[in-house]
Design a protein around this ligand. Structure first.
Ligand code: HEC
Ligand code: HEC
Ligand code: HEC
Ligand code: HEC
Ligand code: HEC
Ligand code: HEC
Length: 363
């Protein structure tokens, strides 16, 4: 009996070690101690840990050296910061050369850009500045449990598992990069947005060009409600059943994406709200998207119905689709309503500068 146990025990230990190391793969580089501290103590003194905009010495959950914002919102001069030796994408910074793909929460607080405004982005509560104008996500269904208390992750957040007990836990180490077509867990979804497919740019668009950018997944028609709550309510948490980035935004801004008997968008034309997950027609003004041979536009980009292996430098009218991120950023921009360009400008050419990338006859 004892001998038998040993025979079973050893292979099991080896298997467990093998599985555990397979769970800590390539994507996160660096030493454990760059991001974790076992006792929050060195030579009898507490360690430095990072919180939003400053440093403390108190111990953090999961034995980490910082909170989400401590690692990702240091407020420094670079959009990718070196946190304890690791390149960490920043969602809050003052880098004058640009912003990462999601935008920059610093525009809301006014530490970068033309001045503070709640309308410039998602007022994530962790930043300590709640939205003053809106009462809930525009376009949401009743009951709305989150109100304006949007967070990084969890039931009221965007990243990770969207349940009341969910969050980001367990995903950094399993994070899959590049082309993500499974998207049934947070770690194999686009940027931990559970359910969303796409192609992740390796430096989060720190450097970007027509041939160097993220690729977003789109569909040829928006999600339809038809009394099916499961288009958003999955047993494992909130997620868009159509796996698109616009469906993702539509989980909270329902009527702006979902075609719905009562309040949602109608499709096809005439539309009652600007459509997303509709094909950019291959005829009329849309055929000359961005002029000439249809180069990809970084001002008003499109989504793809098939995720390419490498970023595409052209757009195909008749195939590619409009998405929420054709016009908006995800976190915040320097423009009202998180727009990618200044749609509120009193100079017409500026106001329509993104619209006419697609509506080329409206110049
Ligand atoms: C670049 C930063 C970073 C490094 C380096 C790092 N971790 Fe982590 N680790 C995290 C973060 C962030 C979390 C918590 C959030 C999450 O789970 O996604 C975490 C969570 C964990 C967890 C709990 C969740 C899970 O995935 O099992 C374990 C265990 C863990 N780390 C072990 C390690 C070990 C062992 C090393 C060294 C081989 C290491 N970590 C190196 C950032 C890091
Ligand atoms: C100890 C520092 C640390 C903490 C704490 C931390 N992160 Fe990260 N995170 C990183 C690093 C480093 C990367 C880049 C490496 C990678 O892509 O996995 C990263 C990557 C990400 C990404 C991009 C993943 C991708 O697909 O490119 C997201 C989204 C993210 N973190 C969200 C969060 C959220 C939300 C929290 C809090 C719940 C959090 N992180 C806490 C260090 C941290
Ligand atoms: C987890 C729910 C949630 C998701 C997902 C979500 N939003 Fe929001 N959104 C909100 C809430 C809550 C507000 C109102 C509070 C605020 O603006 O801070 C809001 C406000 C907005 C506003 C108005 C900003 C203002 O202050 O006037 C825009 C524009 C917007 N969202 C666009 C998007 C886009 C684009 C996506 C997808 C990339 C998206 N949202 C995904 C919850 C969400
Ligand atoms: C377009 C996406 C979408 C559809 C469709 C949808 N929901 Fe939701 N629902 C959400 C999101 C996102 C949340 C979590 C955020 C919140 O509570 O506002 C939520 C939360 C809820 C909650 C919890 C509210 C609270 O107080 O926390 C209930 C209950 C609910 N939904 C019921 C339903 C029912 C029943 C249906 C079908 C008739 C439905 N939902 C259809 C997106 C959707
Ligand atoms: C064609 C460009 C375009 C697309 C695509 C688009 N929006 Fe907008 N959105 C705007 C503009 C412009 C505004 C400013 C207000 C207005 O003119 O309606 C706006 C305003 C908003 C607001 C604020 C509404 C309020 O009550 O203050 C939210 C929320 C929003 N959009 C979410 C979304 C979501 C979610 C999607 C995708 C399902 C989306 N938008 C797709 C251009 C767009
Ligand atoms: C990424 C491309 C794209 C951008 C950017 C864009 N649109 Fe559109 N727009 C479309 C497509 C595609 C349709 C639907 C065409 C169809 O199927 O008939 C549409 C439809 C419309 C319609 C409704 C037409 C109808 O038949 O009901 C209006 C109005 C409109 N857009 C205005 C705007 C404005 C204003 C902006 C800038 C704030 C804008 N669009 C930006 C692609 C775009």
């Amino acid at each position: 009996m004892i001998r038998l146990k040993r025979y079973i025990f050893l292979p099991v230990v080896i298997l467990v070690i093998a599985l555990f190391s397979a769970e800590l793969p390539a994507v996160i580089t660096g030493q454990c101690s760059d991001c974790h501290t076992m006792h929050n103590s060195q030579n009898g003194a507490a360690m430095v840990s990072y919180v939003f905009g400053s440093e403390t010495t108190d111990a953090k959950e999961y034995l980490l050296v910082g909170t989400c914002l401590g690692c990702h919102a240091q407020g420094g001069a670079s959009m990718v910061a070196n946190v304890n030796g690791i390149d960490t994408p920043q969602v809050y910074h003052t880098d004058a050369t640009g912003d990462l793909a999601g935008g920059n929460f610093a525009y809301i607080l006014g530490t970068k850009g033309s001045g503070a405004s709640d309308a410039k982005g998602h007022n994530v509560v962790d930043f300590g500045n709640t939205e003053d104008t809106l009462l809930s996500p525009p376009g949401h269904h009743e009951p709305d449990g989150i109100g304006i208390n949007i967070t990084c992750a969890g039931i009221a957040g965007c990243h990770g598992v969207r349940t009341s007990s969910g969050g980001i836990y367990g995903n950094h180490h399993r994070n899959e990069d590049g082309k993500l077509t499974t998207a049934d867990q947070a770690y194999n979804s686009y940027r931990f947005l559970t359910g969303v497919k796409g192609l992740e740019d390796s430096d989060w668009e720190k450097t970007k060009s027509v041939s160097d950018h993220n690729e977003y997944f789109g569909a040829t028609s928006p999600m339809t409600f038809s009394s099916n709550c499961n288009i958003c309510h999955n047993p494992q948490g909130i997620r868009p059943s159509n796996n698109t980035i616009s469906g993702f935004c539509g989980t909270c801004h329902r009527y702006f994406h979902v075609s719905d008997q009562v309040n949602g968008i109608s499709s096809p034309s005439p539309f009652t709200r600007h459509p997303t997950d509709v094909i950019l027609p291959g005829s009329g003004e849309y055929a000359s998207y961005n002029g000439g041979s249809n180069p990809y536009s970084l001002v008003a980009p499109v989504a793809r119905t098939t995720i390419p292996d490498v970023p595409g430098d052209t757009v195909a009218p008749g195939t590619d689709v409009v998405m929420c991120l054709s016009c908006h950023t995800a976190h915040a921009s320097d423009n009202s309503d998180m727009m990618r360009w200044d749609y509120k400008s009193t100079t017409l050419a500026t106001a329509i500068s993104g619209c006419n990338v697609c509506h080329t006859a409206k110049n």
